[in-house]
Ligand binder design. Structure first.
Ligand code: ZN
Length: 472
């Protein structure tokens, strides 16, 4: 099945063949993570933890259930989530006095507690995060890791004494985004969402967007500046040096299992998954190539290589199943193991090991005496080349739009692109553009790009560009 010509079916096929998720669970949009898929996700989580811990965030775990009374305190927030939350209305046979929301996100669980934790300016900044599952009743067609009703998610929440300090937090979050994306080889745009599309209750939202193989765009995460929009209803105040009581400024940053959905989509090919080394359950697979009378010798040599690699902290699988090498290659290609080593009689004679890269199919030999440094350097090069290839696809998909007649009207049109164009910034032009063309404005570049042109709707001169695409 072809990724570029038939992306939707290709995706479901890979998820099943690589044994990432079992789709047979009787509730739509709730994932049964299989061991291989869950292992990859735990490696993604581990790296996120590492980055957040290194920037002085503390990990916490808040309850899944939120009382309706707390949930309803911020009115834009509840309006934004009203149609997609699950409710708990009964405990056993008794109807509850106060209904409970199953968290769609944790602002309203955390902020009543923040108001107790924070007393003085010395308690600030408060920087916490959690990695949990959230629940949103998704009415569109669900898709593993990409559009789910139970979402594996990390969320960080911070409180600051000033708006300026909160703004600095946004910059730190975007550095973390850059680093995670680089390790997962995921290209992205940082776009400040339109006012009508920002997170419910936010002052502004930065969307982290990536282009999928069908040229539709998927939001893989977001960063929000709340100013005091939540601290006022939740009464989160601190006492400053002069004894004055003030509301804290807040931010949040979140990403989800969609990261895995993007890794599958952006790097996979017609043979299967292709995993970036950082999150591959096995970075290297070793396949012994047995001849007529050398089974013992080859077996011993492959075990020795496996031990050597593991000593060097390279996650390694030795596939000594009683099966043909060709069928083993096929299995590990589906699973996307970054590097395959083969060892046969000729390799031993020449004191080399044969390697084959999953990302580009390159085949060569490594001198057995310098195995570790060479493998480490190949793995680093795989991360580099996967980034280069993915960024090229992403950048090539962005089209400078001069006239709206270049946007295909048909939803499935294969000529679909991500469009960049001039926008005066007024909501009337924005809405007209979206409605006339059945396409969503993703936002304006968070880090401004040089642009000099006219608003595509009203023709007014503008130095601001906007991006639009159909979304997944
Ligand atoms: Zn305009």
């Amino acid at each position: 099945m072809s990724r570029l010509n038939n992306y939707n079916e290709w995706y479901l096929d890979i998820v099943e063949k690589a044994q990432l998720s079992d789709k047979r669970y009787p509730i739509k949009g709730m994932n049964v993570w299989m061991p291989y898929g869950w292992k990859i996700m735990t490696f993604i989580d581990r790296y996120i933890r590492e980055k957040l811990d290194a920037t002085n965030h503390c990990e916490v775990s808040f309850p899944l259930l939120i009382p309706e009374t707390e949930f309803k305190k911020e009115k834009d927030h509840i309006k934004g989530f009203d149609s997609e939350v699950y409710w708990v209305t009964h405990a056993g046979l008794d109807e509850l006095d106060v209904k409970l929301v199953i968290r769609p996100t944790s602002e309203t669980a955390m902020y009543p507690i923040f108001s107790l934790w924070i007393r003085s300016h010395q308690d600030l900044p408060l920087k916490i995060y959690q990695i949990v599952n959230t629940f949103r009743y998704e009415t569109k067609q669900t898709r593993p890791f990409i559009r789910m009703r139970e979402i594996h998610f990390f969320e960080s929440h911070t409180c600051h004494d000033t708006e300026k300090d909160a703004q600095k937090q946004i910059e730190e979050d975007l550095e973390i985004v850059k680093d995670i994306a680089n390790k997962l080889c995921i290209p992205y745009c940082l776009l400040k969402r339109t006012d009508w599309d920002k997170f419910p209750g936010a002052y502004y939202t930065v969307g982290i967007d990536t282009v999928m193989p069908n040229h539709k765009v998927l939001q893989i995460g977001s960063v929000h500046h709340y100013r005091t929009n939540f601290s006022e209803p939740y009464n989160i105040m601190y006492e400053d040096e002069n004894g004055e009581h003030k509301y804290v400024h807040q931010t949040t940053y979140g990403m989800s299992e969609r990261l895995l959905g993007v890794v599958i989509s952006v790097h996979g090919d017609d043979k299967g998954l292709c995993l970036p080394p950082l999150i591959a359950p096995f970075e290297v697979v070793i396949i012994p190539i047995f001849g007529k009378n050398n089974k013992k010798e080859i077996s011993e040599a492959t075990v020795k290589i496996k031990n050597e690699l593991e000593m060097a902290n390279i996650r390694t699988k030795l596939d000594n199943r009683n099966d043909r090498p060709g069928s083993k290659y096929y299995d590990w290609e589906i699973k996307g193991v970054p590097l395959r080593l083969e060892l046969g009689a000729r390799d031993i004679d020449n004191n080399v090991v044969t390697f084959v890269r999953r990302d580009n199919g390159e085949r060569g030999t490594i001198n057995a005496s310098s195995l570790i440094p060479e493998i480490k350097s190949i793995l680093a090069d795989i991360t580099r080349s996967m980034n280069d290839k993915a960024w090229k696809f992403h950048n090539d998909a962005i089209f400078d739009l001069k006239t709206t007649s270049d946007i295909p009207k048909d939803e499935e049109d294969s000529k679909l692109m991500v469009y960049r164009f001039g926008w005066c910034g007024c909501p009337e032009c924005g809405h007209k553009f979206e409605d006339d063309n059945n396409i969503k404005i993703l936002g304006t570049p968070y880090f401004s790009e040089s642009y000099d042109g006219e608003c595509i709707i009203c023709g007014k001169k503008t130095k601001t560009s906007a991006y639009a695409a159909r979304t997944m």
